[in-house]
Ligand binder design. Structure first.
Ligand code: COA
Length: 185
């Protein structure tokens, strides 16, 4: 038992025609590092700057893999179903009251194809299911201006709140959008 009464999460491989969602492995560090150097990642995702390979290693081992073991989050690699090429990541991090926060990013070459909207739908459907995380609500946040992330959330069915929320971003006050997806009854 850990935070919010969570036990370890047994991550499945979720298969669609276009891509697979699979658990992270320790040899995922190199491509995570390469993707994380992309300017859009550094602009919109809360990453350390300058970003080093050790940060990618920490993400893979201490976040993606460790959180499934301690039950605090589920992180999947999105990979091409035919070639096995890693395309990005989608994660659900537990919050109180059977909620989780979704986070996602894609390699620049994989953007603009609708992959992320389909991955968000697949991961959220699994997260709501009793054999998944048994969630009731999934929360989404993005810095104001991250239109790509917002469109993905909207297309995946999230309701975006009209008001923005204040937050600190790299030591500066800024605003974020937020939204919610509720489990079907
Ligand atoms: C956010 C992200 C996952 C979206 O994936 P994507 O493959 O680009 O998504 P889509 O191609 O479905 O694009 C979504 C829509 O947003 C639009 N869009 C993307 N970036 C935009 C921008 N900077 N300004 C305006 N519109 C933008 C696209 O044109 C598309 O709209 P359209 O289909 O009506 O033309 C991807 O851009 C990414 O990984 N970005 C960097 C990391 C990040 O921001 N993660 C989210 C943190 S909250």
């Amino acid at each position: 038992m850990t935070a919010y009464g969570a036990t370890s999460i047994d991550l499945p491989v979720l298969v669609t025609e276009q891509f697979r969602l699979r658990p992270f492995q320790s040899d995922d560090v190199d491509w995570v590092y390469e993707i994380s150097l992309d300017p859009e990642m550094l602009r919109w995702v809360s990453l350390p700057v300058p970003y080093k390979r050790s940060h990618a290693q920490f993400f893979v081992e201490n976040i993606a893999i460790a959180r499934a073991h301690n039950g605090t989050g589920a992180n999947f690699v999105i990979e091409n179903a035919v070639t096995g090429q890693p395309l990005g990541r989608i994660g659900l991090h537990r919050k109180p009251d059977r909620a989780a926060e979704v986070g996602y990013w894609l390699a620049a070459h994989a953007r603009g194809s609708g992959v992320m909207t389909a991955a968000v739908r697949a991961a959220c459907q699994w997260g709501f299911s009793p054999e998944g995380m048994g969630l009731r609500r999934i929360l989404w946040h993005a810095l104001v201006g991250n239109v790509g992330s917002r469109k993905v959330a909207e297309r995946a069915g999230f309701t975006i709140h009209a008001n923005t929320e204040s937050q600190s971003w790299r030591g500066h006050p800024t605003e974020k959008w937020s939204g919610v997806l509720i489990a079907a009854q």
